[in-house]
Ligand binder design. Structure first.
Ligand code: ISE
Length: 341
C-alpha cells in the first residue's frame, strides 16, 4: 500500500513538495493538507488537480489515522509546535529548515524524539543530496586538493519579501551554509561572526542588514567567508569554493544553454531557488520516503544537525547585534542516538 503523507503549510515550498510527492516520488499518496490561511491549500489542490482532506487545524492532520508521515512546510515560527505534535502522535516527520527558531526549541524536539529510541525526523537540508556537493565532499575526503585551508562562498537571492529581516537572512538563508560547511569539511566550528557592511539601497528599513558577511572558523583553523545578500536583484547565485593546499574545488553553477547573439555571448542565471536545487529535493524525498515507508528511521540530516545549525545561528545573531564581535562556539558530542545506523 502507498504511504500516506500529510503536508502542513502549502506555501512556496509546500506546494512544490505536494507536486513532488504526488508526481515524482513513487508509492506515496498525499492524503491530507493544511494551511493557516483558509482556502489556500484547497486552491493549490485544485490547481494541481489533486484530492486530499483539507484541514484547518494541523492538530487534526497529525492525529488523522489516514496520515502515516507528516511533512512540515509551514512558516519558520510554526515548525517547533507542529513537529512536537507530529512526534507526539508517533508519526515519522520531515521538517523543512530551519528545524526551529533557536537552539532551545530544537533541543525540545530532540528530547521528544529520544523517547522513541530511534530517529523519527529528518530536516530539509537538501544540499546534502545535491550531486555537486556530494562530489565535493568525496573530493575533500579523498584528499584531491590536500588539506582545505579556506572557503569562499556566496548565497544571493534575487529578492525577498519586504518583511524579511536579518534574523531570517541567518536562520533561513545562511543556515544552508552553516549546516553544510562543517559536513563538507568534517569539522566543527570554533567561532562565528557576522559583519555589518555597506547596505544596499534596495532595503528601506532598518530591520535587515543586507548584504552581510558571515565568517566562521573551524576547530583546525579553516576560515570560511560567506556573503549573504538577499536582494542582489540579478538572480539566485550560489558560490562555493574550497581552497586547499594543492588546489581549489569549485561548485559548478547550473548548466544553461549559452546564447551567441547581437555581438554577445551569454548564459542565463536562475532566479528561483526551488529550480536551482530541484534534483536535490527529489533525491532527498526519495531517500526519506524509502526509509519511512518501511518504518525505518530516516538517515538524512537529523534533528541534531538542526540543533547544531541553530546553536551556530543563535551565535551569529548575537554577533550581528554586537557589531561583528567574534562569538565562540563549543559543541557537545553528538549523542549516540544520532550516530547509530
Ligand atoms: C529559502 O527558504 C531557501 O531555502 C533558499 O534556499 C534560500 O536561498 C532562501 O534565502 C530562503 O528564503
Amino acid at each position: 500500500a502507498n504511504t500516506k503523507v500529510g503536508i502542513v503549510g502549502i506555501g512556496f515550498i509546500g506546494s512544490d513538495h505536494l507536486h513532488r510527492l504526488t508526481k515524482t516520488i513513487a508509492n506515496v499518496d498525499v492524503t491530507a493538507v493544511c494551511d493557516i490561511i483558509p482556502g489556500k491549500a484547497q486552491k493549490e489542490l485544485d490547481r494541481q488537480g489533486l484530492k486530499a482532506k483539507d484541514y484547518h487545524d494541523y492538530h487534526d492532520l497529525v492525529d488523522d489515522p489516514n496520515v502515516d508521515v507528516v511533512v512540515c512546510t509551514a512558516s519558520n515560527e510554526a515548525h517547533h509546535e507542529i513537529v512536537m505534535a507530529a512526534l507526539q502522535a508517533g508519526k515519522f516527520t520531515f521538517c523543512e529548515k530551519p528545524l526551529a527558531l533557536d537552539a532551545k526549541d530544537c533541543m525540545e524536539i530532540i528530547k521528544e524524539e529520544e523517547k522513541y529510541g530511534h530517529r523519527m525526523l529528518q530536516v530539509g537540508f537538501m544540499r546534502h543530496y545535491a550531486p555537486e556537493y556530494v562530489q565535493m565532499k568525496q573530493m575533500i575526503d579523498n584528499d584531491v586538493i590536500g588539506k582545505p585551508l579556506m572557503m569562499d562562498e556566496r548565497h544571493y537571492n534575487q529578492t525577498q519579501p519586504e518583511e524579511y529581516d536579518s534574523s531570517r537572512s541567518i536562520i533561513e538563508t545562511a543556515i544552508h551554509e552553516i549546516d553544510l560547511d562543517h559536513w563538507l569539511l568534517g569539522e566543527d566550528y570554533k567561532n562565528i561572526r557576522v559583519l555589518p557592511v555597506k547596505k544596499t539601497r534596495a532595503v528601506q528599513n532598518d530591520q535587515i542588514q543586507d548584504p552581510m558577511i558571515v565568517m566562521m572558523e573551524t576547530t583546525s583553523g579553516i576560515n570560511i567567508y560567506l556573503q549573504v545578500f538577499v536582494r542582489c536583484q540579478y538572480g539566485y547565485d550560489i558560490k562555493c569554493d574550497v581552497i586547499g593546499e594543492k588546489g581549489v574545488l569549485e561548485l559548478p553553477t547550473v548548466p544553461q544553454v549559452a546564447v551567441r547573439k547581437d555581438a554577445e555571448y551569454s548564459t542565463a542565471i536562475l532566479t528561483d531557488w526551488k529550480a536551482r536545487f530541484e534534483s536535490a529535493y527529489d533525491i532527498e524525498f526519495r531517500d526519506f520516503m524509502n526509509h519511512v515507508s518501511v518504518k525505518k528511521s530516516p538517515v538524512g540530516p537529523s534533528a541534531w544537525d538542526g540543533y547544531i545549525a541553530a546553536v551556530t545561528a543563535d551565535a551569529a545573531l548575537k554577533s550581528l547585534a554586537d557589531n561583528g564581535k567574534v562569538e565562540e562556539l563549543d559543541f557537545p558530542k553528538t549523542p549516540d542516538f544520532y550516530t547509530e545506523k
